[in-house]
Design a protein around this ligand. Sequence first.
Ligand SMILES: Cc1cc2nc3c(=O)[nH]c(=O)nc-3n(C[C@H](O)[C@H](O)[C@H](O)COP(=O)(O)O)c2cc1C
Length: 522
Amino acid sequence: MDWESQPDPFRRYDQSLKLPLEHPQITKTPTYDSLFDTWQEPITPINRDSISRLFYESLAISAWKQAGENRWSLRVNPSSGDLHPTETYLIAGPIKDLSDVTAVYHYSAHAHALERRIILTNEEWKAINQNLPPGSLLISLASIYWRESWKYGERAFRYCHHDVGHAIGAITFAAAALGWKTRLIHSVTDNDLAILLGLHQQKGIEAEHPDCLLAIIPTDENITPVDFIVNLPTTLLKRVKDIEFEGCPNTLSNHHHEWPIIDTVAEACGFNGDSSMTHKQDPPTDRHIKNKFVEDRRVSARKIIRQRRSALAMDGHSTISKETFYRMMVHVSPHLGKNILEVLPWQAHVSLALFIHRVDDLPAGLYLLIRDPGHEPSLRKALRSDFRWEKPEDCPGSLHLYLLQHANSLDAARIINCHQDIAADGAFALGMLAEFDASLKQYGALFYPRLFWETGLIGQILYLEAEATGIRSTGIGCFFDDAMHEVLGISDHSWQSLYHFTVGGPPDDPRLQTLPSYWYLK
Ligand SMILES: Cc1cc2nc3c(=O)[nH]c(=O)nc-3n(C[C@H](O)[C@H](O)[C@H](O)COP(=O)(O)O)c2cc1C
């Protein structure tokens, strides 16, 4: 790692038209818990105010920290090492009070503004969104691997894709607070997406790699998989392929260290149109079934979203109640936490192995949360044969939570997580176990980054759950997967731990000064 070449965390498209966005106030409603109900919030119309909110509450800067001379920014979405490799694009028709034209914009988090890259014709826009419900928009995410490889080398690939999962979650939460649905689109190839965003014109190690396309759908109607098919017309791709996009990307570093393996892996995992992946059919839900398990805590969703922070340490003594823990598990389980998790079009492929340290009235030990009942037979086969598989006595019936082993797992959690105390000093820590061989066999190599997206999405929910409870959490990308597998008895690639997390009570850190998010803008 060379401090001299530290990449600029902010992409700018100099000389592009800039459309500054609003800095909206936090509101008491909607409440955070209401975002997990099966019914929608009232639908906010799409205009400059609501688009401003969408970005302000998902990917904008949330604060600056200062310690001595050093000052660094933090965002609404977390990022491994605070390096923020994820860039965001909006593709939208005319937006009231913001733009009269259909265009592709880059979102500049530093300016909290849209930077226009290209104007599309009305016919092109009609062809793109012909299957989407009226008023829908598209958001695309792209990664700059260099931002992470600068510090983490080869590990950058997976960290970038964890971050994509967090960003998908951040956008889905912000959209849900506006009453909008978010769905991952799986019909546009990476190459076509790169052309639409103008990324095909970027070369070298600082180039952005297209990751995914999300449809933001302002409707309370039930939407079906056919609504998620977006096609980019060939005439559009031909037209924009060779034209000059507005603005030049800024240079991020003066010199670089190459990590060619990352491009090789990215190429192998790209989506070229060849995949057996189809959108799952969401089970029909009764929109009036409310989760009876717990009452709404009436905490503002927007407050929770904007105040999210990673704990830098845990205090080693705070506990959480069993009910709080169960609620967190309910909210990361697909069948109950529908609004947020339904953004991904596939059945869950990730379950959670938990080290419970300090949850009141739950014995310390190793637990398993099965997020899709279909995982159970293969997990029973893969994990150690002497595990107990006991459901805690008063655990809600719909939660597939099992005690595997009574244990004081403080040391194990610390060691497995690269000796980070933060994993032992919280209420619980966990590893996200991905159904590895089977999902890759089913969908092909493109599913490898998508497994990280699923883990990042779960992580984003855990971050907000912790905030809603008045505690904190932290994503853990640095862990020893072999050691984790050994504890669980996993000896093949049927299940692999892809992302870790810790949740608990943080100590105060008075050394840091906090500055407002956009102190430098007038
Ligand atoms: C994918 C990922 C991996 C992370 N890994 C670690 C880790 O191993 N240890 C740690 O202390 N923090 C870790 N973090 C927390 C980041 O350092 C943190 O998100 C970043 O500094 C920005 O701070 P914020 O989350 O408060 O906005 C991770 C975060 C993410 C999203």
